[in-house]
Design a protein around this ligand. Structure first.
Ligand code: EPZ
Length: 419
C-alpha cells in the first residue's frame, strides 16, 4: 500500500500547469457511447478514475487508443450493455454510462454505485428522470435494469441540481424524441463542457451552463473532437498549497471564472491572488485570518475544495465555520486533522475551526479523494513528518501530485508501506 511521506515547513513557489478536469473527463468519455463514429478527447488527465472509465467503455465495445493526453475512442457497436459491480464499485461515476447506453441501445444494466465515505450518494434523481422519459427502471440484485424502446423528452424539475444526474439526463435526451427541459439543472463547468462536446457531435442543447437546459432530440450524433476544461479542483488545491505554506505559486492554463468563490475567500483570509489571463498567482506571508465558508452548488463554494480549505483554516488566526451543505458526511478529514493538533468542533453540518499556531506531523489515514488532498496540505505545513496512508484515494483525482508539489519545493515522497 502506498503512502505520501511529507516533511513540513517548506514554503512552495514557482509555476505549474493545470491538467484536464477529472469530472469533465469521465462524462466526456462516457458520451462517446452515443455515436458509432470516432471521437477524440484532448487534455485527458492520467488518473486512476480515467483508466477505470476506459476499461468500462472497452467492456461495452469501445476501442480506446491513448496518444499522450489525447484519447481516440470509437464504439461501432455496443457489445455489452452491462456495467459490472467490480468496475462500478471502484468508481461511482460509472453510472454515467447509464444514459448513453439507454439512448443508444434501449437497454442498460448498471450496478448500483453504493455509498462512499462522504455520503449515501443516491441516484434516485437519475432514475426518476429516465423513468419520466419513458424508461422502465427496475432494481434487481444490486443492479439498475433499464429498458426503453425510445426515450421521449419531457419537462423535468430536479429536486437537487445533481451534477452526474444532469449529465446522464442530458446525454439521454440528445437522442430522445421531442424536447427535454431540465429545470434546476446543475451549472457546474463540467456540465457545460459536456454540453459543448455534445453540441459538437450534433446535439441541439440550449442553456448549457445555466440551471435550465433545453435539449431537442436528434436521430443520431456524429463523432467530434473536444479538448476538455482544466481541473478547477486541482487548481484550487495548488492555490491552497501556496497559501498554507505562505508561498508564491502561479498556476497556468486554467479558467479563472471557475474559481471565483475560492479567489474571494483566499483574499478575505489575507492572501494575495492575482488573475492574469489563464493564470492565477497566489501568495501569502505572515498570519492569515480565519474566514467562514458554506459549500453550495456552482457557482457557490465547491464542496470538492472544502477539506482543502479547512486545512488552511486550521493554521489561520481566529475562528471560522465550515458548513457542508452538499454531502451529509463530508467531514471524515476532521478526525485526522485533529490528530495533527487541529482544533475543530463538529456540530451537525458545521465544523467550527479555531486556528492554531501550527500543526504537528503524524501518521494519518486518507478516507476519500479530497480528504486526502487536505491531509497533504496539512502535512506541508506541519512540524516534522506526516505519513498519509491509502494514497490510492488521491491518485483517483490528482495526477502525480507529489511531483507537482516537489517541483515547487515541497518535500513529498511516495513510499510503499507494509500492510
Ligand atoms: C459530482 O458527484 C462530482 N463527481 C463530485 O466530485 C462532486 O462532489 C459532486 O458532483 C458535487 O459537486 C463527478 O462529477 C464524477 P451530486 P455527483 O449528484 O454527481 C444528492 C470528487 O471529489 N443526490 O451533485 O455524484 C447527493 O446525495 C467528487 O471529484 C440525491 O439526493 O454529486 C448529494 O448530497 C466527489 N439524489 C448531492 O445530491 C440523486 O439522485 C450532490 O450529489 C443524486 C444526488
Amino acid at each position: 500500500m502506498e503512502a505520501f511521506r511529507i516533511r513540513g515547513g517548506n514554503t512552495i513557489s514557482g509555476e505549474v500547469q493545470a491538467d484536464g478536469a477529472k469530472n469533465a473527463a469521465l462524462p466526456l468519455l462516457a458520451a462517446t457511447l452515443l455515436t458509432g463514429q470516432p471521437c477524440t478527447i484532448g487534455r485527458v488527465p492520467d488518473l486512476a478514475d480515467v483508466r477505470t472509465m476506459r476499461s468500462l467503455l472497452t467492456a461495452l465495445g469501445t476501442t480506446v487508443e491513448a496518444n499522450g493526453a489525447t484519447v481516440a475512442l470509437q464504439t461501432p457497436n455496443i457489445t455489452s450493455t452491462e456495467a459490472p459491480y467490480d468496475l462500478v464499485k471502484t468508481m461511482r461515476a460509472s453510472i454515467l454510462v447509464l444514459g448513453p447506453l439507454l439512448a443508444r441501445t434501449g437497454e442498460a444494466r448498471v450496478s448500483l454505485p453504493g455509498g462512499c465515505a462522504i455520503g449515501a450518494r443516491p441516484i434516485s434523481l437519475h432514475l426518476e428522470g429516465l423513468a419520466r422519459m419513458g424508461a422502465e427502471i427496475k432494481i434487481e440484485h444490486g443492479y439498475v435494469v433499464a429498458k426503453a424502446k425510445k426515450l421521449t423528452g419531457c419537462r423535468l424539475y430536479l429536486d437537487f441540481p445533481t451534477v452526474t444526474g444532469t449529465m446522464n439526463l442530458m446525454m439521454a435526451a440528445t437522442l430522445a424524441d421531442g424536447v427535454m427541459i431540465i429545470e434546476n439543472a446543475a451549472c457546474e463547468p463540467e456540465v457545460k463542457d459536456l454540453a459543448d462536446f455534445l453540441i459538437r457531435m450534433g446535439a441541439r442543447i440550449d442553456g448549457a451552463g445555466t440551471d435550465r437546459l433545453v435539449i431537442e432530440g436528434v436521430p443520431a450524433l456524429s463523432g467530434a473532437h473536444h479538448a476538455m476544461i482544466p481541473d478547477r479542483i486541482e487548481v484550487g488545491t495548488l492555490m491552497l498549497a501556496a497559501a498554507i505554506t505562505r508561498g508564491d505559486v502561479t498556476v497556468t492554463g486554467l479558467h479563472p471564472a471557475h474559481l471565483e468563490a475560492l479567489i474571494q475567500k483566499l483574499r478575505e483570509a489575507g492572501a494575495t491572488v492575482d488573475v492574469t489571463g489563464d493564470s492565477i498567482r497566489t501568495r501569502a506571508s505572515g498570519k492569515l485570518h480565519a474566514v467562514s465558508i458554506r459549500t453550495l452548488p456552482h457557482p457557490g463554494f465547491p464542496t470538492d475544495l472544502q477539506a482543502q480549505f479547512m486545512a488552511l483554516m486550521t493554521v489561520t488566526e481566529g475562528m471560522g465555520i465550515v458548513t457542508e451543505t452538499i454531502f451529509e458526511s463530508r467531514f471524515t478529514h476532521v478526525a485526522e486533522y485533529a490528530r495533527m493538533g487541529a482544533n475543530i468542533r463538529l456540530e451537525g453540518q458545521n465544523a467550527i475551526v479555531t486556528g492554531m499556531d501550527g500543526l504537528s506531523g503524524a501518521e494519518v489515514m486518507a478516507t476519500d479523494l479530497r480528504a486526502s488532498a487536505g491531509l497533504v496540505l496539512a502535512g506541508l505545513v506541519a512540524d516534522g513528518e506526516t505519513l498519509v496512508r491509502r494514497i490510492y484515494h488521491l491518485d483517483r483525482g490528482y495526477e502525480k501530485l507529489e511531483q507537482k508539489l516537489g517541483s515547487l519545493g515541497a518535500d513529498v515522497a511516495r513510499v510503499t508501506m507494509a500492510g
